[in-house]
Design a protein around this ligand. Structure first.
Ligand code: SAH
Length: 280
């Protein structure tokens, strides 16, 4: 995408005090650089320092200035991720050195991924960051298969939920969540759930039918995207069979019935029929 020189020069935000830089938490979207917002592109193009997560797609960083310092703070090449306290410290130091800092986070900065903690830490240091939304992976994942997360006849709402067990060992009560999804007709969009898939499956099966449709989408929106359409009862078997792993999103609910026919093995709908339907 072409960005005018004047836009590139534009500063994302005025510094809070002389000599101090500024910081923006920027959503990099699910991976496909075409899904970046214009605001995100502008902020990336203006940054002198970029602290990037591992889930940020390569094409996204193509918008950075050639002289920008890019620091990867995620788990790259099997290395351990940078501790959260170190990331927060790096951000603070760079701002104090007068840099224009972009903290580039996968998806949306405020959906999981500790964006809230980073904002709080900056505020404690007297710095108010700009936050720029990105398309969250849970939304992009099912959209990429042609299905919506809500549907008048299939789901009245959506729950974005983490499948990662919490620090204190307490986690989501999947049986209760499944019962709410059933009673209130909600789509469940599960982040970070692959490692706990058997636990999630067992909990949800206590309240939802085994035939409940499930989609698992790995690396949504990236060239390496893979997915499977299965049911709650067969979830673990399908994951093993297809060898799907992280990062992946699991979507549970009837909205999965709306994915493109080619993905479910159903006979394709003739294009003319689709045109007629959309003309109504
Ligand atoms: N802030 C991010 C989520 C960070 S938590 C967002 O809004 O998307 C990290 C989890 O997000 C991963 O474990 C995975 O469940 C999900 N995720 C992120 N990018 C993904 C992608 N391209 N495809 C599938 N899942 C993804």
């Amino acid at each position: 995408m072409e960005i005018s020189a004047s836009l590139k020069e534009e500063i994302v935000r005025a510094p809070a005090s002389p000599g101090q830089g500024c910081v923006a938490l920027v959503g990099a979207g699910p991976g496909d650089a075409e899904l970046l917002t214009l605001k995100a592109v502008r902020a990336i193009a203006a940054a002198s320092v970029i602290l990037a997560d591992d889930l940020v797609g390569e094409g996204v960083l193509a918008h950075a200035r050639p002289d920008a310092r890019i620091v990867y703070v995620g788990k790259r090449g099997g290395c351990r991720s940078t501790p959260q306290a170190v990331i927060e410290q790096l951000m603070l130091e760079a701002v104090r050195e007068g840099e224009n800092v972009v903290r580039l986070k996968g998806g949306d900065p405020f959906i999981f991924g500790r964006g809230g903690e980073e904002v709080e830490s900056l505020r404690r240091a007297g710095i108010e960051p700009v936050v720029i939304n990105g398309i969250t992976a849970g939304l992009a994942a099912l959209t990429g298969l042609g299905a919506p997360l809500t549907h008048r006849d299939r789901a009245q709402g959506v729950v974005f939920v983490t499948g990662h067990p919490q620090k204190n060992g307490a986690g989501v009560d999947w049986e209760r969540l499944g019962a709410s999804a059933r009673d209130l007709r909600l789509t469940l969009v599960i982040y970070m759930g692959i490692g706990s898939a058997s636990h999630i499956q067992a909990g949800l099966l206590a309240s939802l039918p085994a035939g409940t449709p499930v989609a698992v989408i790995e690396r949504a929106s990236l060239p390496a995207q893979r997915q499977c359409i299965t049911t709650l009862g067969q979830l673990l078997g399908s994951l093993r069979e297809q060898g799907l792993g992280s990062p992946a999103i699991m979507v549970v609910g009837d909205v999965v019935l709306g994915v493109r026919a080619a993905l479910t093995g159903a006979p394709p709908v003739a294009e003319s029929a689709l045109c007629e339907a959309s003309a109504d």
